[in-house]
Write a protein that binds this ligand. Structure first.
Ligand SMILES: CC(=O)N[C@H](C=O)[C@@H](O)[C@H](O)[C@H](O)COP(=O)(O)O
Length: 232
């Protein structure tokens, strides 16, 4: 799908993130079951799915026919970044037909001696036509990713790097600042737990919103209910 067509499709919408990694209740070793979550999200009207792992990218594309924002979560020795940290994962996602490739564009430590600017430039050079999403945690990281030619910036990592604010809810401020500066889509992502917060993300300037755990992580949802009741 062409970049412009994809942008038109997701503008002002909720993209559902369907992810389960080993250790999570919905991770099944033998086969991907995330395509069932994606089926539900499609029926609800989502224009695209965000997912992790090659097998889930493939299964979800096959099930839904929707464009997919793909990433590979992997923790290499010496790396803090774990979202599509090296060219190997980028190559695999491209080969799997991922419509968008999401990668960590934070200042977190990389174990390969490359700066994040070098890595982004390598990816952009190798795949000039790919649609690349930068998962960032601060304003400065967002600006740098944009300057280096990333196509989309997402606030995915805000709250998950040691130096970004630890908020209970979404980072509306970051969305607001980035969307007023950048001429590429800024996706509001991370801890959007209610429909009201999704609307607030768009009101803050987000081009689209990604909602994950609040829809597709039953453990997280159940914990939130139980915690609230226990605190009563
Ligand atoms: C920090 C990190 O690793 N985020 C991951 C990135 O893809 C996913 O685990 C999140 O579910 C996704 O960002 C959506 O966020 P939330 O599930 O809060 O709606």
């Amino acid at each position: 799908m062409k970049k412009e067509e994809l942008f038109e499709r997701i503008k002002g919408k909720v993209i559902v993130s369907c992810q389960a990694v080993p250790g999570e209740p919905l991770y099944v070793e033998e086969k991907s079951i995330m395509y069932l979550m994606a089926r539900a999200a499609k029926q609800a009207g989502t224009p695209a799915i965000r997912t992790s792992s090659i097998r889930d990218v493939v299964a979800i594309k096959e099930e839904t026919g929707l464009p997919v924002i793909g990433l590979v979560k992997i923790k290499y020795d010496g790396f803090e970044s774990y979202i599509t940290p090296t060219m190997k994962e980028v190559d695999d996602l491209v080969a799997a037909g991922s419509d968008v490739i999401a990668l960590d564009c934070t200042d977190q430590k990389r174990g390969d001696g490359k700066s994040i600017s070098e890595f982004i430039t390598e990816v952009r050079t190798k795949y000039p036509e790919a649609v690349l999403m930068a998962d960032i945690s601060t304003y400065e990281e967002g600006i740098r990713a944009w300057k280096l030619g990333m196509d989309i910036v997402g606030t995915t990592m805000s709250g998950y790097t040691s130096y970004s604010p630890k908020l209970d809810g979404p980072d509306f401020e970051l969305v607001k600042k980035l969307s007023s500066e950048l001429d590429i889509p800024v996706i509001g992502e991370g801890r959007v737990h209610s429909p009201e917060q999704a609307v607030q993300m768009l009101d803050a300037g987000a081009f689209a919103v990604v909602v994950g755990g609040a829809i597709t992580r039953p453990l997280e949802i159940a914990q939130r209910f139980i915690k609230a009741v226990e605190a009563r």
